[in-house]
Design a protein around this ligand. Structure first.
Ligand SMILES: [Ca+2]
Ligand SMILES: [Ca+2]
Length: 79
């Protein structure tokens, strides 16, 4: 498991990747992929794919992950 990150670190990670393209407050699937590959590669070693993760996080189905939706991911990390 990756070293635990503080809420502040997670927020700055979210902002860094969300700002790469399109809406700077929303993570696209591509941005989520870059974020997970760079910061949490261990999450992609299990059976769940990035598609599964993205679907799980994008609760309102608008094709992007808001910081609020990202909290589910944060909770996953703390388990
Ligand atoms: Ca974005
Ligand atoms: Ca969404």
């Amino acid at each position: 498991m990756a070293a635990k990150k503080s809420p502040e670190e997670l927020k700055s990670i979210f902002e860094k990747y969300a700002a790469k393209e399109g809406d700077p407050d929303q993570l696209s699937k591509e941005e989520l992929k870059l974020l997970v590959q760079a910061e949490f590669p261990s999450l992609l070693k299990g059976p769940s794919t990035l598609d599964d993760l993205f679907k799980e996080l994008d609760k309102n189905g608008d094709g992007e992950v808001s910081f609020e939706e990202f909290q589910v991911f944060v909770k996953k990390l703390s388990h």
